[in-house]
Design a protein around this ligand. Structure first.
Ligand code: SF4
Length: 327
């Protein structure tokens, strides 16, 4: 079916809606690839300059030893992946990394800690990091696990601009990936973050053995949140030896591009981030993702503990495509 024959799939291009049905999202995924990418590119231009890419840097401020059992994660203490548990970094070391990220062109600095949830004394230290990074003129983002409303309020007061907490996958497939916290727990943290006045960064991971219906379910759930996340990271699973997902079938690159395109159409004003998995992605696939509405990347040689293209490689690709960092 073409887009013209499927009016339900695209009622008003670029309109922000929070009532997407699973059927509508499924219909978008089922469009012929050129129709889908064309529509996503069209929606992208309604709200963004398609030549601009928001550049974020992600630093692991507390690596490994996490008690959760996320099946994709090398930082879970439940899997033998060679990642060793480290202590929380100190403030000066974090600020040195933030200065380097700023010098490298990043506009947002994300700090990730492998916790189920932060303890109050840890939050004191993270709040100092947030305030320090913000004083450098960077946007701040943190991903620290589950948050209470009071903890979200403290981070907001310290100057936190964004909080990342992913839904990971569809509600139906979620139990196959994580058993130590529920989908509802995740939604509650997102509510606490939103209520505190912090921008939400929330997306998922594909290539975890989920079906097409689960990819539709993930995007439909994100697009039906009361307010769309300001940032929507779409990650391609990085298979890490020792995790339960180390040896699964890989996702076809074009299905990844489809997921980006549908996210762009359903959340037209959100920044859609082409996130983990770029290290093994061809330049052509990344170019298709930008064409399909991705307008953010993580920059720097590492994403927490997994490899990411180096800055030079990313700059060369952006030059080749005529893209520039969003300021
Ligand atoms: S994804 Fe986060 S919560 Fe899950 S195991 Fe890894 S560090 Fe822990």
């Amino acid at each position: 079916m073409t887009l013209a024959e499927s009016p339900r799939a695209m009622p008003t291009p670029g309109l922000v809606r929070n009532d997407w049905t699973r059927e509508e999202v499924r219909a978008l995924f089922a469009l012929p690839f050129p129709e889908l990418v064309f529509e996503a590119a069209r929606v992208h231009r309604l709200h963004f300059d398609p030549t601009e890419v928001q550049v974020s840097t992600l630093l692991s401020i507390k690596t490994g030893g996490c008690p959760e059992d996320c099946a994709y994660c090398p930082q879970s203490a439940q899997y033998d992946t060679g990642v060793t548990a480290e202590k929380l970094m100190n403030l000066d070391a974090v600020l040195a990394e933030a200065r380097a990220a700023r010098a490298g062109g990043a506009s947002r600095f994300c700090m990730g800690a492998a916790w189920r949830e932060p303890k109050d004394r840890d939050l004191d230290a993270v709040c100092a990091m947030v305030a320090g990074v913000r004083a450098l003129g960077l946007e701040t983002c943190a991903t620290l696990g589950m948050l209470t409303a009071a903890q979200a309020g403290r981070l907001k007061a310290a100057g936190l601009d964004y909080y990342n907490h992913n839904l990971d996958t569809s509600p139906e497939y979620y139990g196959a990936i994580i058993t130590t916290r529920t989908y509802r727990d995740r939604l509650d943290t997102l509510d606490a973050v939103r209520d505190a006045g912090i921008h939400v960064c929330c997306g998922g991971i594909v290539g975890m053995g989920e079906g097409a219906e689960d990819r539709a379910g993930l995007i439909a759930t994100l697009a039906c949140l009361p307010v769309h996340p300001e940032s929507v990271p779409i990650n391609m699973l990085v298979q890490v030896a020792g995790t339960p997902l180390a040896n699964g079938a890989t996702l076809d690159a074009l299905d990844f591009v489809r997921t980006i395109a549908v996210a762009r159409i359903c959340m037209p004003k959100s920044v859609v981030r082409l996130s983990a998995g770029r290290e093994d992605m061809s330049e052509e696939t990344q170019a298709l993702c930008f064409l399909a509405g991705a307008n953010s990347i993580f920059y720097g040689p590492k994403l927490l503990t997994t490899p990411n293209p180096g800055r030079d490689r990313d700059m060369a690709l952006m030059d080749k495509l005529g893209l520039r960092p969003m300021r």
